[in-house]
Design a protein. Structure first.
Length: 166
């Protein structure tokens, strides 16, 4: 099979695609070596790989399965998406790259069939980094909105997933 790599809006993604040219990473947490601002580029490669190269009809695991999220590197939202992708689908795995994607993946067809259990190791690291409220400007309303990234993530997960924080 010939793989064609399209240009990316993330300059750092070019070198990442080079690493992926021969296939997905063999070990977890490769993304953790990148700077926080480059994790979005890593996720763009994961998304591109997943939606263009993953075999059509790849089946989900059966309901009731348990997955382990390695949380020692979950220090921002993008690192969470990298870690949960690997928890569900192995090194370089995809399971959403934003809150909407996470909500879609939790419903099935992306490696895991609900209901399932997610054991989140080193959860306190995420609580420290993702728990406090942050502000952003809502582009539709042009107003400042405050929210907790961790509460938003947990709200989505808790709809379909039994989360055990360790």
């Amino acid at each position: 099979m010939e793989v064609v790599f399209l240009s990316s809006p993330y300059p750092a993604a070019e070198s990442m695609w080079e690493r992926w040219r021969s296939g997905r990473p063999a070990s977890k947490n490769v993304w953790a070596e990148y700077r926080p601002e480059d994790r979005r580029a890593w996720s763009s490669v994961v998304v591109g790989y997943h939606f263009s190269i993953v075999e059509p009809g790849l089946s989900d695991d059966p309901p009731g399965r348990t997955y382990h999220l390695e949380g020692s590197n979950v220090v921002d939202k993008m690192s969470f998406f990298c870690a949960i992708g690997e928890a569900i689908n192995g090194p370089g795995g995809y399971f959403g790259w934003d809150l909407n994607g996470l909500a879609d993946c939790c419903k099935g067809r992306f490696g895991a069939t609900p209901p399932f259990t997610l054991i989140w190791h080193d959860f306190e690291i995420a609580r420290t980094h993702l728990g406090p409220e942050v502000e952003y400007v809502d582009p539709d309303e042009s107003e400042v909105v405050r929210y907790s990234p961790l509460e938003s993530i947990m709200g989505i997960l808790n709809e379909h997933v039994n989360v055990l924080a360790m």
